[in-house]
Design a protein around this ligand. Sequence first.
Ligand SMILES: [Zn+2]
Length: 129
Amino acid sequence: MPYSTAEQVHKLLVGARLRCPNCEQGRLFTGLFNMHATCPVCGVRFERASGESLGGMMVNLVVAELLTVGGFFLSYFALGSPLDMTPLIVFWLAFDVLFVLAFYRPARGLWVAVTYLTSGLTKDDDPGS
Ligand SMILES: [Zn+2]
C-alpha cells in the first residue's frame, strides 16, 4: 500500500516517538535498551528476522558521525584553527558517545517505522508473514 509523503513523515515521527507505527499506541521499548518483540497493543512483530535491528544502529551511527565530524570542523574553524586540538577532540569524542547512547531508542523507532513503510509489520499468524 503506497503512502503519501505526509503519511510517511507521520509514521516516521510515530516511530521516533517510540510508538508502534501500526496502531500508534503500543510502546516499542520495555526498558532502556530492550524492545518488545511484538506490539503490546496490536500484536504486530517489530522484527521479522534477527539482524533487522542493524538498520536502526546504522541510522544511529551515521547521524552521530556526521554530527561529530561536522561539529568538530565547524568548531575548529570557528575557534580560528587552534594548534592544540586536544580539547576539541575530547569534547567531540564525548559528544559522539553520548549522542549514540541518547539517540539509540529514536533510531530504533525510526527503523521500525521504515520497516512498516517498506514491507509492513504483520502479526505472527498473518498469512504471508
Ligand atoms: Zn501496535
